[in-house]
Design a protein around this ligand. Structure first.
Ligand SMILES: [Zn+2]
Length: 304
Protein backbone atom coordinates (compact mmCIF):
# COMPACT_ATOMS: atom_id res chain seq x y z
CA UNK A 1 0.00 0.00 0.00
CA UNK A 2 2.81 2.32 0.94
CA UNK A 3 4.54 1.58 -2.31
CA UNK A 4 1.37 2.30 -4.23
CA UNK A 5 1.00 5.66 -2.46
CA UNK A 6 4.61 6.60 -3.18
CA UNK A 7 4.09 5.66 -6.79
CA UNK A 8 0.97 7.80 -7.03
CA UNK A 9 2.87 10.66 -5.38
CA UNK A 10 5.67 10.36 -7.90
CA UNK A 11 3.19 10.34 -10.78
CA UNK A 12 1.62 13.51 -9.41
CA UNK A 13 5.00 15.24 -9.28
CA UNK A 14 5.92 14.10 -12.77
CA UNK A 15 2.57 15.13 -14.25
CA UNK A 16 1.98 18.43 -12.51
CA UNK A 17 5.38 19.94 -11.76
CA UNK A 18 5.81 22.86 -14.20
CA UNK A 19 8.89 22.75 -16.38
CA UNK A 20 10.70 25.61 -14.62
CA UNK A 21 13.04 26.53 -17.43
CA UNK A 22 10.18 27.14 -19.88
CA UNK A 23 8.67 30.06 -17.93
CA UNK A 24 11.84 31.92 -16.85
CA UNK A 25 12.08 35.37 -18.48
CA UNK A 26 15.45 36.10 -20.05
CA UNK A 27 17.84 37.84 -17.66
CA UNK A 28 18.14 41.60 -18.20
CA UNK A 29 21.21 42.69 -20.15
CA UNK A 30 24.22 43.82 -18.14
CA UNK A 31 25.21 46.51 -20.60
CA UNK A 32 22.64 48.40 -22.67
CA UNK A 33 22.74 49.90 -26.14
CA UNK A 34 25.32 52.68 -26.49
CA UNK A 35 24.01 56.22 -26.96
CA UNK A 36 26.12 58.47 -29.20
CA UNK A 37 26.63 62.03 -27.93
CA UNK A 38 28.84 63.80 -30.50
CA UNK A 39 32.36 62.38 -30.09
CA UNK A 40 31.32 60.46 -26.98
CA UNK A 41 29.52 57.19 -26.53
CA UNK A 42 27.56 56.36 -23.36
CA UNK A 43 26.90 52.75 -22.36
CA UNK A 44 24.23 52.19 -19.68
CA UNK A 45 25.20 49.49 -17.16
CA UNK A 46 22.69 47.68 -14.95
CA UNK A 47 24.14 47.35 -11.44
CA UNK A 48 20.91 45.77 -10.20
CA UNK A 49 17.14 45.76 -10.45
CA UNK A 50 15.21 47.44 -7.67
CA UNK A 51 11.69 48.62 -6.97
CA UNK A 52 10.42 51.47 -4.82
CA UNK A 53 7.32 51.16 -2.60
CA UNK A 54 5.00 54.14 -3.05
CA UNK A 55 4.99 54.53 0.75
CA UNK A 56 8.45 56.10 0.35
CA UNK A 57 6.95 59.03 -1.56
CA UNK A 58 5.39 62.16 -0.09
CA UNK A 59 3.29 65.04 -1.39
CA UNK A 60 0.16 63.17 -2.47
CA UNK A 61 -1.91 60.58 -0.66
CA UNK A 62 -1.24 56.90 -1.25
CA UNK A 63 -4.51 56.29 -3.11
CA UNK A 64 -3.73 59.09 -5.58
CA UNK A 65 -0.25 57.75 -6.21
CA UNK A 66 -1.49 54.18 -6.56
CA UNK A 67 -4.06 55.35 -9.11
CA UNK A 68 -1.29 57.08 -11.06
CA UNK A 69 1.19 54.21 -10.90
CA UNK A 70 -1.27 51.31 -11.10
CA UNK A 71 1.07 49.30 -8.88
CA UNK A 72 3.31 49.47 -5.84
CA UNK A 73 6.23 49.04 -5.57
CA UNK A 74 7.10 50.85 -8.79
CA UNK A 75 9.83 49.34 -10.97
CA UNK A 76 13.31 50.80 -10.93
CA UNK A 77 16.98 49.91 -11.08
CA UNK A 78 20.51 50.97 -10.22
CA UNK A 79 21.95 52.46 -13.39
CA UNK A 80 25.63 53.30 -13.85
CA UNK A 81 26.92 54.93 -17.03
CA UNK A 82 30.16 54.24 -18.88
CA UNK A 83 31.38 57.19 -20.96
CA UNK A 84 33.73 56.38 -23.82
CA UNK A 85 35.75 59.08 -25.55
CA UNK A 86 38.61 57.90 -27.79
CA UNK A 87 40.72 55.73 -25.50
CA UNK A 88 39.32 57.36 -22.37
CA UNK A 89 36.83 55.55 -20.12
CA UNK A 90 34.84 57.29 -17.38
CA UNK A 91 31.99 56.26 -15.10
CA UNK A 92 29.08 58.21 -13.69
CA UNK A 93 28.55 56.69 -10.20
CA UNK A 94 29.61 53.19 -9.20
CA UNK A 95 26.56 51.28 -7.95
CA UNK A 96 26.15 49.24 -4.76
CA UNK A 97 29.26 47.06 -4.78
CA UNK A 98 29.52 44.83 -1.73
CA UNK A 99 27.91 47.42 0.56
CA UNK A 100 24.45 46.09 -0.27
CA UNK A 101 24.92 42.50 -1.47
CA UNK A 102 21.17 41.92 -1.70
CA UNK A 103 21.04 44.50 -4.47
CA UNK A 104 23.50 42.49 -6.58
CA UNK A 105 26.18 45.11 -7.31
CA UNK A 106 26.89 43.54 -10.67
CA UNK A 107 28.88 46.48 -12.11
CA UNK A 108 32.08 44.38 -12.53
CA UNK A 109 30.12 41.92 -14.73
CA UNK A 110 28.62 44.83 -16.70
CA UNK A 111 32.08 46.21 -17.41
CA UNK A 112 33.25 42.78 -18.54
CA UNK A 113 30.36 42.69 -20.97
CA UNK A 114 31.30 46.21 -22.13
CA UNK A 115 34.88 44.92 -22.61
CA UNK A 116 36.31 47.45 -20.19
CA UNK A 117 38.85 46.59 -17.50
CA UNK A 118 38.63 48.40 -14.12
CA UNK A 119 42.16 49.75 -14.73
CA UNK A 120 40.99 51.53 -17.88
CA UNK A 121 38.61 53.80 -15.95
CA UNK A 122 40.45 57.09 -15.36
CA UNK A 123 37.67 59.26 -13.91
CA UNK A 124 34.49 58.59 -11.93
CA UNK A 125 31.98 61.41 -11.57
CA UNK A 126 29.85 61.12 -8.44
CA UNK A 127 26.34 62.56 -8.46
CA UNK A 128 26.27 62.16 -4.65
CA UNK A 129 27.55 59.83 -1.94
CA UNK A 130 24.66 57.55 -1.03
CA UNK A 131 25.61 53.88 -0.59
CA UNK A 132 23.98 52.73 -3.82
CA UNK A 133 26.31 55.08 -5.76
CA UNK A 134 29.60 54.70 -3.86
CA UNK A 135 29.56 51.02 -2.82
CA UNK A 136 31.10 49.90 -6.11
CA UNK A 137 34.12 52.19 -5.60
CA UNK A 138 35.65 49.76 -3.09
CA UNK A 139 36.61 46.12 -3.43
CA UNK A 140 38.05 44.20 -0.47
CA UNK A 141 39.06 47.41 1.27
CA UNK A 142 40.84 48.88 -1.74
CA UNK A 143 39.77 51.06 -4.66
CA UNK A 144 37.92 48.91 -7.20
CA UNK A 145 39.18 51.26 -9.94
CA UNK A 146 42.82 51.76 -8.93
CA UNK A 147 43.64 54.35 -11.61
CA UNK A 148 40.45 56.40 -11.42
CA UNK A 149 40.23 59.84 -9.86
CA UNK A 150 36.90 60.16 -8.08
CA UNK A 151 35.20 63.52 -8.58
CA UNK A 152 33.08 64.64 -5.63
CA UNK A 153 31.35 67.99 -5.11
CA UNK A 154 32.97 69.76 -2.17
CA UNK A 155 29.56 70.49 -0.58
CA UNK A 156 28.67 66.80 -0.72
CA UNK A 157 31.95 65.74 0.90
CA UNK A 158 31.60 68.39 3.62
CA UNK A 159 28.05 67.23 4.40
CA UNK A 160 29.02 63.60 4.99
CA UNK A 161 32.06 64.56 7.04
CA UNK A 162 30.07 66.96 9.25
CA UNK A 163 29.37 65.86 12.82
CA UNK A 164 26.62 68.47 12.99
CA UNK A 165 24.87 67.08 9.89
CA UNK A 166 25.11 63.58 11.34
CA UNK A 167 23.61 64.77 14.62
CA UNK A 168 20.67 66.36 12.79
CA UNK A 169 19.90 63.20 10.83
CA UNK A 170 17.08 60.95 12.13
CA UNK A 171 18.60 58.13 14.13
CA UNK A 172 17.49 55.42 11.74
CA UNK A 173 19.54 56.98 8.92
CA UNK A 174 22.55 58.13 10.90
CA UNK A 175 24.41 54.91 10.14
CA UNK A 176 24.87 56.14 6.56
CA UNK A 177 27.53 58.58 7.73
CA UNK A 178 30.14 56.07 8.95
CA UNK A 179 29.45 53.96 5.85
CA UNK A 180 30.15 56.90 3.51
CA UNK A 181 33.20 57.92 5.52
CA UNK A 182 34.67 54.42 5.34
CA UNK A 183 34.61 54.64 1.53
CA UNK A 184 36.02 58.19 1.49
CA UNK A 185 38.84 57.15 3.83
CA UNK A 186 40.12 54.55 1.35
CA UNK A 187 39.96 57.00 -1.57
CA UNK A 188 41.63 59.71 0.50
CA UNK A 189 44.40 57.32 1.59
CA UNK A 190 45.20 56.59 -2.07
CA UNK A 191 44.88 60.27 -3.06
CA UNK A 192 42.11 59.54 -5.55
CA UNK A 193 39.61 62.22 -4.49
CA UNK A 194 39.18 65.34 -6.63
CA UNK A 195 36.87 68.08 -5.36
CA UNK A 196 34.93 70.50 -7.53
CA UNK A 197 32.30 73.19 -7.17
CA UNK A 198 29.14 72.82 -9.28
CA UNK A 199 29.51 74.70 -12.54
CA UNK A 200 33.10 73.55 -13.00
CA UNK A 201 34.18 71.52 -15.99
CA UNK A 202 35.29 68.12 -14.64
CA UNK A 203 36.64 66.90 -17.98
CA UNK A 204 36.59 68.44 -21.48
CA UNK A 205 32.93 68.28 -22.60
CA UNK A 206 31.59 67.40 -19.13
CA UNK A 207 30.32 70.15 -16.81
CA UNK A 208 29.00 69.69 -13.27
CA UNK A 209 25.60 71.21 -12.47
CA UNK A 210 24.15 71.87 -9.01
CA UNK A 211 21.04 69.72 -8.45
CA UNK A 212 20.87 70.14 -4.69
CA UNK A 213 18.03 68.68 -2.62
CA UNK A 214 18.23 64.89 -2.69
CA UNK A 215 21.49 65.48 -0.80
CA UNK A 216 23.05 68.87 0.02
CA UNK A 217 25.77 68.46 -2.62
CA UNK A 218 23.86 66.40 -5.20
CA UNK A 219 24.98 67.31 -8.73
CA UNK A 220 24.35 66.37 -12.33
CA UNK A 221 26.82 66.25 -15.21
CA UNK A 222 26.09 67.79 -18.59
CA UNK A 223 27.88 66.02 -21.40
CA UNK A 224 28.04 68.19 -24.53
CA UNK A 225 29.74 67.43 -27.82
CA UNK A 226 29.06 68.65 -31.37
CA UNK A 227 25.65 70.18 -30.57
CA UNK A 228 24.55 66.98 -28.82
CA UNK A 229 23.87 66.76 -25.12
CA UNK A 230 23.11 64.20 -22.44
CA UNK A 231 22.40 65.24 -18.86
CA UNK A 232 23.29 62.74 -16.10
CA UNK A 233 20.85 63.67 -13.34
CA UNK A 234 21.55 61.01 -10.69
CA UNK A 235 18.76 60.86 -8.13
CA UNK A 236 16.76 63.83 -9.43
CA UNK A 237 13.79 61.44 -9.33
CA UNK A 238 12.98 57.83 -8.45
CA UNK A 239 9.49 56.96 -9.70
CA UNK A 240 8.65 57.45 -13.34
CA UNK A 241 4.95 56.76 -12.80
CA UNK A 242 4.38 59.58 -10.33
CA UNK A 243 7.20 62.13 -10.42
CA UNK A 244 6.99 63.21 -14.08
CA UNK A 245 3.28 63.94 -13.86
CA UNK A 246 3.72 65.38 -10.35
CA UNK A 247 7.30 66.67 -9.92
CA UNK A 248 6.21 68.06 -6.54
CA UNK A 249 6.11 64.51 -5.12
CA UNK A 250 9.26 63.89 -3.11
CA UNK A 251 11.08 60.85 -1.80
CA UNK A 252 11.50 60.16 1.90
CA UNK A 253 15.29 60.02 1.37
CA UNK A 254 15.49 63.53 -0.13
CA UNK A 255 17.48 65.31 2.57
CA UNK A 256 15.92 68.71 1.76
CA UNK A 257 12.38 68.02 0.48
CA UNK A 258 11.40 71.55 -0.66
CA UNK A 259 14.73 72.04 -2.44
CA UNK A 260 14.54 68.59 -4.09
CA UNK A 261 11.09 69.52 -5.40
CA UNK A 262 12.23 72.92 -6.70
CA UNK A 263 15.32 71.40 -8.37
CA UNK A 264 13.20 68.75 -10.09
CA UNK A 265 10.68 71.31 -11.35
CA UNK A 266 13.41 73.62 -12.69
CA UNK A 267 15.35 70.81 -14.32
CA UNK A 268 12.30 69.24 -16.01
CA UNK A 269 11.35 72.67 -17.34
CA UNK A 270 14.81 73.23 -18.80
CA UNK A 271 15.41 69.79 -20.32
CA UNK A 272 11.88 69.68 -21.78
CA UNK A 273 12.30 73.11 -23.37
CA UNK A 274 15.74 72.34 -24.79
CA UNK A 275 14.96 68.67 -25.59
CA UNK A 276 18.04 67.46 -23.69
CA UNK A 277 17.87 63.73 -22.91
CA UNK A 278 18.45 62.77 -19.28
CA UNK A 279 20.26 59.72 -17.90
CA UNK A 280 18.83 58.69 -14.54
CA UNK A 281 20.20 56.48 -11.77
CA UNK A 282 16.95 54.78 -10.78
CA UNK A 283 14.39 54.70 -13.59
CA UNK A 284 14.00 51.23 -15.13
CA UNK A 285 17.13 50.31 -17.10
CA UNK A 286 18.59 51.89 -19.18
CA UNK A 287 16.94 54.96 -17.63
CA UNK A 288 17.72 57.35 -20.50
CA UNK A 289 15.12 59.40 -22.33
CA UNK A 290 13.44 62.70 -23.07
CA UNK A 291 11.19 64.68 -20.76
CA UNK A 292 8.08 65.82 -22.62
CA UNK A 293 5.50 68.31 -21.34
CA UNK A 294 2.10 66.73 -20.72
CA UNK A 295 -0.89 68.37 -19.07
CA UNK A 296 0.26 70.25 -15.98
CA UNK A 297 3.37 68.10 -15.72
CA UNK A 298 5.58 65.92 -17.86
CA UNK A 299 6.00 62.39 -19.15
CA UNK A 300 9.10 60.32 -19.87
CA UNK A 301 9.89 59.12 -23.36
CA UNK A 302 12.40 56.34 -22.65
CA UNK A 303 15.08 55.40 -25.16
CA UNK A 304 14.70 51.73 -25.97
ZN1 LIG B 1 20.40 56.48 -5.49
Amino acid sequence: MNTLLSLLGLMFVVLFAAPAEAVQPPPPPLAGKAVAVGDFSVVPLLDGVHSFPLSLFQGANQATMLAMAGTSPVPGSFNVFLIKHGQERFLVDAGNGALRPERTGQLPLCLQEAKTAPEEISKIFMTHLHGDHIGGLIKDGNPAFPKAKVYVARAEYDYWMSEEAMGQTPEGRRGLFPMVRSVLRVLDRDKLLVFFAPGEVVSPGITSVALFGHTPGHVGFMLASKDKKLFFVGDLLHAEAVQFARPDITLEFDVDQPLAKETRLNTFKQVAKEAIPIATAHLPFPGIGLVRPEGDGYRFEAFK
